[in-house]
Design a protein around this ligand. Structure first.
Ligand code: HEM
Length: 393
């Protein structure tokens, strides 16, 4: 890594709001920033630079390092860890199972899970919306999407949570151990489906097992890697988003009441929340050659974080970018789900869960407010991971 004076220190303590100020300063004064933390990495802060790097998959590859800080290596996990064209068949297998139409079929069960999970907290009158609700809901919905047996869901929740804690604490051995537990789960699911295939149109594992690329099945270890990848990738973002949206609604009671009175506005509100509280800042690429961006040279081979959460607050694209503005004219341009070949295939699933969660939470309360300190997440996420709330009826 080149010896460069660091432009920011992502390992300093943060609160829920502080990173956004740091990122605004960087966008203004140092839009291609360098940090020494975690072995050193570059960070693209502006909308255009992040979008360009995400889209230009030939120059900016993910196969070397796909996240900052780097996660301990336990195997290649498609689709995130592969570059096109190797990446393509995995997306071709997964995408049809994640269309809006497919996801709409999961809405009734998502609502049922939402009510069941919110129930005890509402009865008590208070609770932590992340720890007691949104850390579970995505696991349950995901289990339904994957047609997972009930008895595996608890293990998935434990292992997924342990993996996230390990990633946040940055201890390699813990990351490896929890990642291997998730691999074991993935292998069991695959062994099940080999014996008892399901309909590939509704079962992601069967779809992967039956997928053909140039006439050949996908390699076994990469099918395991894909199932292992999807076991966590769709879990953390919805959890954090529910926390961040809750914080915002506690701070802006007028908006809370407006969305309660007009739940039809929620889908659009969620798009603006996704822009404002984009939960990812650490997805990474590596340039295959030296690249010059905004007058700075990033040497080939060095990790580059695409700071989606900063890009989405770029004032040149989203005026008054720190403000919640319902129905911004260009809201569909936000990068919360990434761009280019690795853009999020689970966007419809993520959106549906968030909408249902807030329809239910707002619909079953008269108001809610913060009931204790917010615990912020660290890299690679950004947002809230613990939000105590008090409910009124
Ligand atoms: C609010 C919810 C979500 C957000 C904000 C989100 C965001 C993202 C982003 C930004 C990426 C791009 C990564 C990159 O550029 O390297 C991504 C990729 C991905 N997401 Fe999501 N995601 C969400 C929910 C989900 C869900 C529910 C699933 C479940 C299937 C999912 C599955 C994936 C997968 C498999 C990838 C890797 C795609 C590839 O490499 O081709 N996501 N997500």
């Amino acid at each position: 890594m080149s010896a460069i004076k660091p432009d920011f220190d992502p390992s300093l303590p943060e609160d829920f709001d502080s990173p956004y100020q740091v990122y605004a300063d960087l966008r203004a004064h140092c839009p291609v920033a360098h940090a020494d933390s975690w072995g050193g990495f570059w960070a693209l802060m502006t909308y255009e630079d992040v979008k360009r790097a995400a889209t230009d998959a030939k120059t900016f590859i993910t196969s070397k390092q796909n996240v900052v800080p780097k996660v301990a290596f336990t195997g290649r996990r498609p689709p995130l860890h592969l570059d096109p064209p190797e990446h393509t068949p995995y997306r071709r297998a997964l995408n049809p199972l994640l269309t809006e139409e497919r996801i709409a079929r999961l809405e009734p069960v998502t609502r049922k899970f939402t009510r069941e999970l919110l129930g005890p907290m509402l009865e008590r009158g208070h609770g932590d919306i992340c720890l007691e609700f949104s850390s579970y809901l995505p696991v349950q919905v995901f289990g339904q999407w994957m047609n997972m047996a009930e008895n595996r869901l608890d293990r998935l929740h434990q292992a997924g949570r342990a993996f996230n804690i390990a990633v946040q604490s940055g201890v390699d051995d813990n990351m490896k151990e929890t990642s291997l537990a998730l691999y074991e789960l993935a292998r069991e699911i695959i062994a099940d489906r080999r014996e008892n295939p399901r309909d590939p149109e509704t079962d992601p594992t069967t779809a992967l097992l039956q997928a053909r690329h140039e006439g050949q099945p996908l390699p076994d270890e990469l099918i395991v890697g894909t199932v292992r990848q999807v076991l966590v990738v769709g879990m953390i973002a919805p959890m954090v988003m529910v926390g961040s949206i809750s914080v915002h609604l506690c701070r802006d009671e007028e908006l809370q009441q407006k969305l309660r009175a007009e739940p039809g506005l929620l889908a659009d509100a969620i798009e603006e929340f996704l822009r404002l509280y984009t939960p990812y800042r650490g997805f990474a690429r590596t340039a295959v050659r030296d690249v010059e961006i905004q007058g700075r040279t990033i040497p080939a081979g060095e990790p580059i974080a695409l700071v989606y959460s900063s890009a989405n607050r770029d004032e040149s694209v989203f005026p008054e970018s720190d403000k919640f503005i319902l129905n911004r004219p260009n809201i569909s341009e936000h990068l919360a789900f990434g761009r280019g070949p690795h853009n999020c295939p689970g966007a419809a699933l993520g959106r549906m869960q968030l909408r249902v969660a807030f329809e239910e939470l707002l619909g079953s309360t008269r108001r809610f407010e913060l009931n204790g300190p917010i615990k912020p997440t660290r890299f690679p996420e950004i947002g809230a991971m613990s939000v105590p709330l008090k409910f009124e009826f």
